[in-house]
Design a protein around this ligand. Sequence first.
Ligand SMILES: [Ca+2]
Ligand SMILES: [Ca+2]
Ligand SMILES: [Ca+2]
Ligand SMILES: [Ca+2]
Length: 360
Amino acid sequence: MELVDFLRLNLSMVSDIKNKVFTPHHDGAGFTLIELAIVLIIIGILVALGTALIGPLTKRAKYNETKDIADAAVESVISYGASNKKLPLQGDFTPDGTIDEFVEIVRNPRDAWTKTLYYIADSDLTSIPAGSTDAICGRKTTGLTICRDAACTVTTNINNVAFVVLSGGGNYNVQTGIITCPAGTCVRVFEVDTPNIDDCTDAVNCPGYPAAEMINVEEPYDDIVKWVTLNELRIKAGCVGAQLKILNNELPYGFQGSSYSAIVYADGGVPFSSGGRYRWCRQGTAPAELTFTPDTFSTDCSGLSEVSWGQADNLTISGRPTDSGTFNLTFFVRDNNDPVANNDNVAQKTLALTINPYGE
Ligand SMILES: [Ca+2]
Ligand SMILES: [Ca+2]
Ligand SMILES: [Ca+2]
Ligand SMILES: [Ca+2]
């Protein structure tokens, strides 16, 4: 029942009772003193009930309003990402002349209790890498995870999260923060009413959140948390065809003993900013006397350590093949999605290289 309806009902009951009290009975005697006392007690109970209900109803209204504010903020971040090809910064939560921070791009950065929303973004998505034009579409992974357990190892964790927007909820206390985990940045989200929680207490577990608004109390969890995965963001940002791929669909044929040259091209992903845009590896036996640059051959490119892959913009093939026949070569290309480890994008394509015999 809406609060307004409830109060209106109470008022009409009170006015009924008032009519009874002040309208003489058919016998002209009105209410007895006991009847009057009962009526007053009933009115008292109704008023107490109404007062008791105002609290929870207001709380629920603020909770719903905050969910709407958080949803609107999520949409603003996605729109910013789609038009700027990167996510806004978390920054210092203080607006300045550069419109690139969460607090600057959302219409309302405060929840229904006027507390600042907390925003956590994957750091790779907030800056466009050198040599690229897009921090979002080229990526297939992020380092941000929503955790369901203290070690962040259960299968219900959500990997490859792009960003998180959250409110501290009705207790004004942001209880969601960054926890220690095996890799990347982990944010633990609890069930509502989980007792004794406060993961956001300082600049280490809650970087950027205004210190003046930080409340350090372990209490039942009531934060309102929204997150968007990289896949959702990619779809909503309209990413198409920008993932790493090898562009060639075939290789030109050659002649035994004659000069041959071809170039294998790749595009998309997160290119290296220097030393060649990608790393390359080749599987499959090639005709003798052909040179591949970079010349990394393996029977298992996927298992080959990434530093062993040769780096270059493209892979070139040249030389005078002395063998004839059709050679199936599988080219692997990997990017720099993960500069410090091996969580890079990898694409592969098998192309047939045909060398015609002498005299044909
Ligand atoms: Ca700014
Ligand atoms: Ca809270
Ligand atoms: Ca806190
Ligand atoms: Ca890497």
